[in-house]
Design a protein around this ligand. Sequence first.
Ligand SMILES: C/C(=C\C(=O)SCCNC(=O)CCNC(=O)[C@H](O)C(C)(C)COP(=O)(O)OP(=O)(O)OC[C@H]1O[C@@H](n2cnc3c(N)ncnc32)[C@H](O)[C@@H]1OP(=O)(O)O)C(=O)O
Length: 284
Amino acid sequence: MTDAAADYSAWIGRREISDDELALAPALAAAATLDDTLTHFEKGSPLPPLWHWFYFLPRAPQAQLDVDGHPQRGGFMPPIPYPRRMFAGARLRFHRPLLIGQPARREALIRDIRQKSGRSGSLAFVSLLCSFYQDGVLCIEEEQDIVYREPGPAVARPRVIDWPPVDNATWSRIVTPDPTLLFRFSALTFNAHRIHYDRPYAVDEEGYPGLVVHGPLTAVLLMELLRKNAPRPVASFSFRGLAPLFDLAPFRLLCSGNDGRMSLEALAPDGVAAMSASADLMPA
Ligand SMILES: C/C(=C\C(=O)SCCNC(=O)CCNC(=O)[C@H](O)C(C)(C)COP(=O)(O)OP(=O)(O)OC[C@H]1O[C@@H](n2cnc3c(N)ncnc32)[C@H](O)[C@@H]1OP(=O)(O)O)C(=O)O
């Protein structure tokens, strides 16, 4: 790989187009993984928000995977040399639901690449703008932040507290992130990143205390809490990963708000926020 201080401006503006038929099977597999036994899905059903992540899957041949399981950098993604890739966050606007069983298109654009200095060391953020179309109509706009970190000290195993009670106005859920859930989510997204299923790699190579929960999984679980309880569909959603979650202990999801402005959090087993998110519901 190249120098961390290298100029990656040639990657800004790069585009990648991916077409998919939005088959029924991935939606049924996602419903099983997310324990949704109530929603009936068939061809023509609207895809729940964020479930577009189960389509337009990466197609890098096995021979082109890097040691971490992601496609080698230097193709669509810039050849940033920091080895620790993480999904940092995203901001989405939902204009119209994608419909299952109909062709759709994803257009991805590298919008920005920024080098930053954080408490964990040097960071490089790649910001992707992804637009999703069906019948030529823009359905979803998503700005995604992928971060590459330099190696740092090993991350400590999380402390575990007893969860305090929540008030009646807050929707909450405790999630047990066991390896089967992480495996099924990796399979749904065709994400071969080894931190999510290869414990020796996650612990010995990347310094995590356990398997890492996918940021998009935590975001989907927060969105599911909203989808099952909110009175109206979600118009926009944004989230930021603050600290990794692991398969070592349950974590808690919280959602509260009013007038259609919702605040959401995923709390690590020690009670500290690991992801913060916000959502706006469609107007009444
Ligand atoms: C899928 C998939 C991979 C995954 O799912 S990995 C698991 C999910 N992701 C995570 O668990 C990430 C959790 N977050 C972190 O570990 C840390 O927040 C992070 C990203 C390493 C940064 O921590 P630092 O303490 O080093 O950073 P600072 O708080 O000091 O901030 C430094 C500057 O960076 C900006 N920044 C920090 N976090 C984010 C973020 N999540 N999104 C965007 N920007 C962020 C922060 O604002 C500071 O910027 P300034 O301009 O103010 O300097 C897969 O690989 O596909």
